[in-house]
Design a protein around this ligand. Sequence first.
Ligand code: DGY
Length: 337
Amino acid sequence: MTRPKVYVTLKIPDEELNLLRSFCDVETNDKETSPSKQEIIKRIEDKDGLLCSLMEKIDNEIISCGSKLKVISSISVGFNHIDVSEATKKGIYVTNTPGILTNSTADFAWALIISSARRISEADKYVRDKKWKIPWGLTMFLGSEIYGRTLGIIGLGRIGTGVAERSKGFKMRLIYYDVIRASKEKEENLGIEYAPLETLLKESDFISIHVPLTPETQNLISHNEFKMMKPTAHLINTSRGPIVDEDALISALRNRTIAGAGLDVFEKEPIDPDNPLIELDNLTIAPHIASATRESRHGMAKMATENLLNVFKGEHPPQLVNPDVMKIRQLSETKMV
Ligand code: DGY
């Protein structure tokens, strides 16, 4: 049997790279930065598999150039960077890495909630800028309490559920909005109530977004939605940047239509140095690191490697994004090892 040829667009741990190499001929991008589209097109022509991350946009053109591709395995839970319908039409298995990053991301959403409520990044900058002159001030850096407040969760999937679970110690009122309503049992266990989006926006003190980026969720939060929020509300986004209309967010934060925000994701990443968000003091900014724990990131690389190898073994990959692909190309036809 011919060994499968694989292109890996980013540095992965040696353990996974060696595992891949034991079954496949592997070409890797060893640079810190993502390969350009032209580079991917050049590399993909003779490859059976692609191991990539959310940093590469795997569009129609790239997929068409990868005429031998059988699998695209992404080291990410989100797959909005891949043209999944085009891949499905061409019989390419698309896989992702859900579950493994639930805890790290839910923890980080909470880090942003606390930072936004208590102005931690603003206070940190204040001290580093050597502006701390009075030892203690009664009204210095007043923030908002979290205990007993209302937490609105948009998207009650794995991560949204993790965020809800972590609120227990804060004895919060929990509400959620999702296109698919959770079972009564799940609602009762979490102590969470379903609310239409408008109600959630009006009643929440903290709003945390946990939906995937799709055409339906793009700009889900824009000018009108900010107007519905409380002036004391905080918006947290660890999902995907384009779910929040960035211009609308900038004016809501500037005009204090809402009190603050915590963002790990942006419309364009990395953000431009002149992005007005950088100047806003009522915003905690992180560079897309919600899943960045050693455990999650290694687990993601491991899961993505297993997904890819499974396809070459003709076995069902643990995390298949496009099960319809099996109607186009059966797993027996992808078996190469
Ligand atoms: C994902 O896996 O989609 C996350 O955004 C990575 O941090």
